[in-house]
Ligand binder design. Structure first.
Ligand SMILES: CC(C)(COP(=O)(O)OP(=O)(O)OC[C@H]1O[C@@H](n2cnc3c(N)ncnc32)[C@H](O)[C@@H]1OP(=O)(O)O)[C@@H](O)C(=O)NCCC(=O)NCCS
Length: 325
């Protein structure tokens, strides 16, 4: 038996901000952001929008593509650090939005590695025989946690949700191997002290800088490159697969320079690495499932392809999943 992703979906907020839009409000430029990050635009939450509703929209798309009703789902596992509430979990709120009851629904907090972590947790429980069909979500809204006066973080993040329907089935397709890693010694490299007041780019309330995302970008950059490259190699070795046999890597979309440096370290040509950071920015846990959804839509993935997902984020957390599609 193996657990296989049979369909995906994605949803983003309505407001799309280009680098030029941001440059009207802060001391930055399209040239700076593009050349340092590869980001051209990002979608951000506005007042009145709900990330749980976006996650529900992404879930409904994935479920409809899988030909399943929400009631066919046995569990919901959400990679997120963006619940509006301390509790209940984002998973429970999403369960309610989808009109479901009783099935387990919970969050996995691993920042930008959230989807890779959630996928691994779902796969392990499915292999243990606990669940047959699982909704795995990555959803985050880090634009609501930035200090819009801090140009070094405000330009990096976007919001969104991605969903995957996983089904336990016989055969050799599905998740071949996963590895998850954390290193708490680096927790201060990327952190938010508390969620504070609800803020969006259009809200009157402004997040105090002490409660906003704080980041040590250049240290994080180096650790992200090393950890994502190392874990990708380790997961491939664990599954006895050569990197050259992998058809597509779908990495966490934090920064094009990080993605390119990882590919270079692994000796992988750019055409084997999917990128869409230019249009979404860093959507944290949503980035891998949104990228996966776009990779499928643009026909970059075919049946039986070997596909590697990898990510690194605050914690420090990192991980990878190798899938036979
Ligand atoms: C943040 C990041 C893009 C900065 O790029 P960088 O190449 O390290 O930046 P540099 O050191 O060349 O430039 C820093 C300078 O740019 C300035 N700067 C920062 N943000 C700016 C912006 N949006 N616009 C214009 N200038 C900016 C700084 O004030 C600093 O100026 P100074 O040298 O006069 O003090 C990069 O470190 C990075 O991507 N790190 C990883 C972040 C990340 O991905 N986090 C999430 C991980 S999951």
């Amino acid at each position: 038996m193996g657990s296989r992703i049979v369909a995906t979906g994605r949803a983003t907020p309505r407001t799309c901000l280009s680098n030029h839009d941001l440059a009207r409000h802060m001391d930055t430029s399209d040239e700076w952001v593009r050349s340092r990050t590869g980001i051209v635009q990002r979608y951000v939450m506005a007042s009145g929008e709900s990330l749980v509703e976006l996650a529900a929209e992404a879930s409904r798309i994935a479920l409809s593509r899988a030909g399943l009703k929400p009631t066919a789902i046995d569990a919901i596992v959400v990679g997120t650090i963006s619940s509006d509430y301390g509790f209940p979990s984002f998973g429970c709120q999403l369960q309610y939005q989808l009109g479901l009851d009783t099935i387990p629904a919970f969050d996995v907090a691993a920042a930008c590695s959230g989807f890779v972590y959630a996928l691994s947790v779902a796969d392990a429980s499915m292999r243990a025989g606990d669940w047959g069909r699982v909704l795995v979500i990555g959803a985050d809204a880090l634009s609501t946690m930035v200090d819009w006066n801090d140009r070094s973080t405000a330009v990096l993040f976007g919001d969104g949700a991605g969903a995957a329907v996983m089904v336990n089935e016989p055969g050799d397709r599905g998740v071949l191997s996963s590895l998850l890693r954390s290193s708490g010694q680096y927790w201060e490299l990327l952190a938010v002290r508390n969620r504070g007041v609800q803020t969006t780019i259009d809200s009157e309330a402004r997040r105090q800088s002490a409660d906003a995302i704080r980041m040590k970008g250049s240290e994080l950059f180096k650790l992200a490159v090393k950890s994502m490259a190392d874990i990708t190699l380790q997961v491939a070795q664990r599954a006895c697969v050569s990197l050259q046999d992998i058809q597509l890597i779908v990495p966490h979309q934090a920064n094009l320079r990080i993605i390119n440096a990882v590919a270079q370290r692994l000796g992988l040509p750019p055409e084997k690495v999917f990128t869409n950071v230019d249009r979404y920015g860093n959507t944290s846990a949503a980035s891998v499932p949104i990228a996966l959804d776009e990779a499928l839509e643009s026909n970059r993935i075919h049946d039986n392809d070997l596909v590697m997902l990898n990510a690194c984020g605050g914690g420090l957390t990192w991980g990878a999943n190798l899938l036979r599609w």
